[in-house]
Design a protein. Structure first.
Length: 309
């Protein structure tokens, strides 16, 4: 007899006819909640800055703070950095070995080298050019200075030197002054600079240009000029040899001096026994005789008067 078996779906690889088959589940393409939040954070500029810059920096600083908490390590690092710095600055290409001075006379150059007081050779990093410039400009003969380091290891100082045009006698010293009245140096005696005219009196240094104009006008008696004296800070006296003076007015002194020189050229006025020619009052010039000449004049007048009686 044929054996009859009951059919069960599990006993066969095929589903019975008419039975529904279940499709395999597909992966969900949408990100998870945490993945979504992570992507949103990474798109935030502030979070990226925190993650890529701030956190690494904080970590490095924390490690450095822990490492340099030790005094020995800190001092060792400072010494090492100073050593690197010194080795770099002392390289031959940075060394200054020579000082050059331009625009100065021999005496002023010596004063500049003394004022610079720089022991060479020295690294250019160790030179304070601003301080050196200020030190050079304190010299009386220096109007302006520029200081620079040039190639070849040269410390170059260029100056504008004040040119003395006159001597000024002060209560405590004899000094040289330039056109502006600034002191350019000191002298022991006038013989050291015989070619410079001598000025004296309070306020003389503030009127150098006027004094030079008067001296130019007095060229006909140049060999007799001893100097110009400022009187009362208002006017000049031209001092000649033999103690003679030409007392000039406050206003138009050059014209007054030219009048005296014209009179001298016509009548040899200054060759006579004249102590002073007073031109302070242009309308009434006065001639003052020397004491000897005044005595002789009185004697002559007395003789004339007696003879007339």
């Amino acid at each position: 007899m044929r054996e009859i078996r009951a059919y069960h779906p599990a006993h066969s690889g095929q589903a019975p006819r008419g039975a529904r088959t279940q499709a395999p589940r597909r992966a969900d393409p949408a990100p998870s909640r945490w993945s979504y939040r992570k992507e949103r954070l990474m798109l935030t500029p502030g979070f990226r800055l925190l993650l890529r810059v701030i956190l690494p920096l904080v970590l490095v600083l924390a490690i450095a703070a822990i490492y340099f908490h030790s005094d020995a390590r800190r001092l060792a690092m400072i010494e090492m950095v100073e050593g690197w710095k010194t080795d770099f600055q002392d390289r031959p290409q940075f060394m200054v070995a020579r000082l050059e001075v331009a625009g100065a006379s021999a005496g002023t150059e010596t004063a500049i080298r003394t004022a610079a007081a720089t022991d060479l050779p020295k690294s250019s990093f160790a030179l304070d050019l601003d301080m050196l410039k200020a030190r050079v400009e304190t010299l009386p003969a220096v109007a302006e200075a520029s200081v620079q380091v040039r190639s070849g290891g040269v410390l170059y100082i260029a100056i504008t030197e004040r040119v003395p045009v006159a001597l000024l006698r002060r209560a405590d010293a004899l000094v040289m002054i330039d056109q502006a009245g600034d002191v350019t140096g000191r002298l022991e005696t006038r013989i050291d600079r015989p070619g410079l005219p001598l000025l004296a009196g309070r306020g003389a240094g503030a009127h150098v240009a006027e004094a030079l104009t008067l001296l130019t006008a007095a060229d006909p008696v140049e060999d007799r000029i001893r100097g110009l004296e400022r009187i009362g800070e208002r006017r000049w006296d031209l001092v000649l040899d033999r103690g003679q003076r030409i007392m000039l007015p406050e206003d138009r002194p050059v014209q007054a001096l030219e009048q005296v020189l014209a009179l001298h050229q016509a009548q040899e006025l200054l060759d006579r026994d004249v102590a002073a020619v007073d031109m302070r009052l242009a309308a009434r010039p006065t001639v003052r005789l020397t004491p000897d000449a005044a005595g002789e004049w009185r004697d002559i007048r007395g003789i004339v008067i007696e003879a007339g009686r």
